[in-house]
Design a binder for this molecule. Structure first.
Ligand SMILES: C[S@@+](CC[C@H](N)C(=O)[O-])C[C@H]1O[C@@H](n2cnc3c(N)ncnc32)[C@H](O)[C@@H]1O
Length: 264
């Protein structure tokens, strides 16, 4: 996998990969960028092959790079300067992969596949979204539902924050209306995470499968979404902060619910 590295930003493959920083381009192509050999290897382990692989000379003989390049539709060695431009970082990863986006619809989701699911309403911060996907993977959640107008889970920032869990966590995209009507058939508990709730998150009743619904960073959960829940729970705020960061609240609640469902 050695030879002359591509040095030109006008190379058509390099141009196509760079364009994936734009949401419009990601939507049209159905592709997204993944940085780092660790995340690319994670994808391969889960059966996803890269469409394109850009790599620097330092990675060219790495066994995991060779395995990824073999499965890629196109693999191209590029200079560090190109990697920096493509990733928009001074200190870029030595491997960048392009993969197909994968999401599921509500109609294909089987709630009984996992005791725990996570829903995010109108999440705006890609870092939060990525951190929630990573947490969902870590806690063994069945998947993450993106409800309403959310930021793009396939943006470079969101994917970076997942640390490879973008491939391990099923993603479901839905409008609020579709979610509200589909939710009526949910076989377990739907729990709203709300600052205004009176039930403590450690004391509330949860039945598997439990779907925890988290609100937007500024506005919290909408009234419509909150009304559709069986229970509303609050994590006590014991200092001066008036709320937790969305991803942190998701992590605390997800692990607590999982433990409660398992009788721990
Ligand atoms: C940054 S908070 C939103 C704060 C917003 N001002 C509000 O009134 O909800 C983002 C989301 O994290 C969850 N959250 C944050 N802190 C929480 C807490 N102490 N108890 C329950 N949920 C919390 C809620 O789902 C909330 O909608």
């Amino acid at each position: 996998m050695t030879g002359r590295a591509v040095t030109s930003l006008t190379n058509p493959t390099v141009k196509a990969v760079r364009a994936l920083h734009q949401r419009r381009e990601r939507r049209q192509s159905g592709l997204f960028l993944v940085e780092g050999l660790r995340s690319v290897s994670e994808a391969l382990e889960l059966g996803e092959a890269p469409k394109i692989l850009l790599y620097g000379e330092r990675a060219a003989t790495h066994p995991r790079l060779l395995a990824a390049a073999e499965r890629a539709d196109e693999a191209l060695m590029v200079t560090d300067a190109i990697l920096a431009k493509v990733s928009r970082r001074d200190n870029p990863q030595t491997v960048i992969g392009v993969f197909a986006q994968k999401t599921t619809s509500l109609s294909k989701l089987d709630p009984t596949l996992s005791p725990l699911w996570i829903g995010l309403e109108a999440v705006r911060d890609p870092g939060n979204l990525g951190a929630v996907l990573r947490t969902a993977d870590a806690v063994g959640a069945g998947g993450v539902m993106l409800i309403g107008e959310c930021c793009d889970p396939f943006s470079v920032e969101a994917v970076r924050a997942t640390m490879g869990s973008i491939f391990a966590t099923p993603l479901i995209e839905t409008s609020l209306d579709a979610f509200l009507s589909w939710r009526r058939a949910w076989p377990g508990t739907v729990a709203a995470a709300r600052l205004q709730a009176s039930d403590d998150y450690l004391a509330a009743p949860y039945q598997a499968p439990t779907l925890i619904l988290m609100g937007n960073e500024q506005a919290g959960l909408s009234e419509a979404a909150a009304k559709a829940c069986d229970v509303a729970v609050r994590i006590p705020m014991l200092g001066r902060a008036d709320s937790l960061n969305l991803a942190v609240a998701t992590g605390i609640l997800a692990y607590a619910v999982r433990a409660r469902l398992e009788g721990r």
